[in-house]
Every structure is written in C-alpha cells, then in structure tokens.
Design a protein around this ligand. Sequence first.
Ligand SMILES: CC(C)(COP(=O)(O)OP(=O)(O)OC[C@H]1O[C@@H](n2cnc3c(N)ncnc32)[C@H](O)[C@@H]1OP(=O)(O)O)[C@@H](O)C(=O)NCCC(=O)NCCS
Length: 157
Amino acid sequence: MAPPVAREATESDAELLLEWRNDPQTRVVSRTTGLIPLDRHLGWLRDVLASPSRLLLVVEVDNEPVGTVRFDHNSDHKNGGDSWEVSITVAPKHRGRGLSGAMLAAGERILTQRQRPAYILAGVHRDNAASAALFQRAGYVDVPAAGEFRQLRKTLS
Ligand SMILES: CC(C)(COP(=O)(O)OP(=O)(O)OC[C@H]1O[C@@H](n2cnc3c(N)ncnc32)[C@H](O)[C@@H]1OP(=O)(O)O)[C@@H](O)C(=O)NCCC(=O)NCCS
C-alpha cells in the first residue's frame, strides 16, 4: 500500500468531510455531538478554508481519501509559544488498519513546513482509547486537564 499523502481540502470535499464528521463514532468522542446539517457545514468549511489560522487537510492513499487532519491555531498562548490544536478522523471504512499514525505524520509535516509551532495539542475524549494510543505513539504526552477530555501535547521546539 502506498503511504498516505496529505493535501489541502477544497469545497469539493464538503460532502465527504460532513459524512465523516456525522459518523456516530466520530460524534460520540467530539466536543459537539449533534448531527451537523449540510448548510451549516458548508458555512463552516468556507470559513476554515479562508482562515490563515486553520489548516484543513484530506489524506489519500492511492488517490482515495482515507481521512482528514485539521490544525487550528490556538490563540490564547497560555501554553507558552505558538500552539496549534490537531483533530483527526479516519474514514469509517478505513479505521483499525493502522493508518492513523502515518496520516497524522503527513499532516504534521505540512503544518511544520508552513508554520513554526512550538506545540501541537490534542484534546482526546477519555473513552477514546484508539486516539490516545495514536497520539502517545506519535510523541504526545498528557498534560493536566479536568473534564471529559484529556489534553495531550507534543513539543516541537
Ligand atoms: C481515533 C482514530 C483516528 C484512530 O484511527 P484508527 O485507524 O481507528 O486506528 P489505528 O488502526 O491507526 O490504530 C491506532 C492505535 O489505536 C489502537 N486501536 C485501534 N482501534 C482501537 C480500539 N477500538 N480500541 C483501542 N485501541 C485501538 C491501535 O492498536 C493503535 O495503537 P498502537 O499503535 O499502540 O498499536 C479513528 O478511530 C477515528 O477517526 N475515530 C473517530 C474520530 C476520532 O476519534 N478522532 C480523534 C479525536 S481526538
């Protein structure tokens, strides 16, 4: 199998991204768990694509989309240094095949080519064992966080 390749998302990815976002397994570990309607999603997608503070990527294997990685600039700076928050979704039919680590790495490479993040943060639902395993294997470590979501952080500089 060819390695995953990340590219910038476009408006033509809208339906695919919404399908992945509205998948029940994705929603149950998200901060917003409701179904997102298409019109709201399209508005969100246009804003994201136009924003210099966000990087939305679609990852493909052999030209087939297998998931998405997104980075949002974290403007509060409370962690010291420039930080970005990562979010990742593997397409439901491609989950559990060990693709997520290479997908994350492909996304991080594009982020670090374009920005100078000091940290990347990941908010991981405490019930989301696969996601925690993914980020830990990729060098993210837990920082103290209260509530339903763990916070994992990778230091880059
Ligand atoms: C979380 C997610 C990105 C992981 O991707 P995946 O393709 O399912 O997982 P992978 O096959 O790449 O495996 C990643 C790690 O999770 C482990 N894992 C996979 N499925 C698991 C499961 N159901 N329960 C526990 N661990 C699991 C794997 O063993 C692997 O750990 P290892 O490297 O220590 O062996 C994917 O399941 C997903 O998109 N889920 C819905 C959205 C989501 O949770 N996003 C993350 C929000 S922070």
